[in-house]
Design a binder for this molecule. Structure first.
Ligand code: DHB
Length: 351
């Protein structure tokens, strides 16, 4: 009798593409998490379970950010009011360039034996996140990356949703301002793929409107990342009778497990409304393989991980993939592409 093989040997093909860039596995860091220093970026480059790398949202010049405490986490959630601490655009451009050889190292799966299909070794994509304090600054950064060349940068993720700089509203809640900044960015982008990081929207009219604005730039926008943290939330320390965070009167961006339904609704609503040439990257509420699977079902082509990665480190991305592999096989999906967008409505009589 033929050897039926072991479950653990069945290879699952988790390869996916973002803006045409190939990823061996569909998870990597959300901007801001494990990506502020060159040392952290290098860890992601070497981690076989990070399919890509996003750098910390940067400004033109380095910033120290808001006063501490500016991050607080409990078991599966976090709040942060970091205030864009970053080393400045040229630091991240240099890191992208220097990490090119490291990113080509073939995956070493001895520490996390997972049977996933792998293509030929290729550089892991590096997405540079930019977040100007003004629209002029964002446009100038995109302009400079295009002008100076972009060795090792596979795409720019334009962050239109930072909630944490005092006095600066989240651009993507203002549809006219978003249209204006995208028009200006589009004028100075030619070949480098552009993504946009969006805040959570909670009204379908807002999903309609943002999709309309983004769709008008479909020749340059290749992906959207949904969602950033839920902005301006208040987490309280009852022992000290005050917020956990110091900046912004204690208000901060909320992330982790509890925001998953908000993230999934945004992925699904945007996938329904955007042209198919724009990938939707899921982000929000991922703490296990099932959560990654749910994002894929809702239509995500890949998934970024924030709080869970912050709390557990790069090797923990392997846990997500091990669990995802089992769930896919239980459903008979051997390729990621087979489960993407497979969500159906519950059948039966409507009320
Ligand atoms: C920061 C937080 C964000 O959610 C973001 O998108 C960009 C920056 C921060 O506080 O540093």
């Amino acid at each position: 009798m033929e050897n039926p093989g072991r479950f653990s040997d069945v290879v699952v093909d988790m390869r996916t593409t973002v803006a045409g860039c190939e990823l061996d596995v569909p998870v990597w860091n959300a901007s801001g998490v494990w990506c502020t220093s060159a040392a952290e970026l290098r860890e992601l480059a070497l981690c076989p379970w990070a399919g890509a790398i996003t750098s910390k949202s940067c400004t033109m010049k380095p910033r120290t950010g808001n006063p501490e405490p500016r991050y607080y986490a409990e078991a599966d959630w976090s709040v942060n009011a970091m205030g864009l601490p970053n080393r400045g655009l040229s630091y991240y451009m240099a890191a992208a360039s220097r990490l090119q050889d490291v990113r080509s190292v073939p995956a070493d799966d001895r520490s996390h034996p997972i049977a996933v299909a792998r293509g030929p070794p290729r550089p892991k994509p590096f997405f540079l996140s930019v977040c100007g304090l003004t629209h002029d600054e964002s446009v100038a950064m995109v302009h400079d990356v295009n002008e100076l060349g972009f060795a090792g940068v596979d795409g720019i993720e334009l962050n239109l949703s930072c909630p944490n700089v005092p006095g600066k509203p989240q651009t993507a809640y203002d549809f006219e301002a978003t249209d204006e900044v995208l028009r200006r960015v589009a004028e100075c982008t030619d070949t480098i793929p552009l993504g946009v990081k969006l805040p959570p929207y909670l009204d379908l009219a807002h999903h309609d409107r943002i999709a309309e604005v983004l769709g008008a730039y479909k020749s340059v926008i290749r992906w959207v990342t949904a969602i950033n943290s839920v902005g301006n939330c208040l987490a309280l320390d009852v022992g000290d009778l005050c917020p956990f965070l110091r900046p912004k009167h204690g208000l901060g961006g909320f992330g982790g497990g509890p925001i998953k339904p908000i993230a999934l609704a945004n992925v699904w609503n945007l996938r329904q409304r955007l042209p198919s040439s724009i990938d939707v990257i899921g982000c929000g509420g991922v703490t296990c393989g099932r959560d990654v699977f749910e994002h894929l079902l809702a239509g995500a082509t890949a998934v970024q991980v924030g709080t869970y990665l912050m709390e557990n480190g790069p090797a923990s991305l392997g846990n997500l993939l091990r669990e995802l592999r089992v769930i896919m096989l239980m459903h008979g999906f051997e390729r990621l592409a087979d489960c993407r967008g497979q969500l159906t409505e519950r059948s039966g009589q409507q009320q």
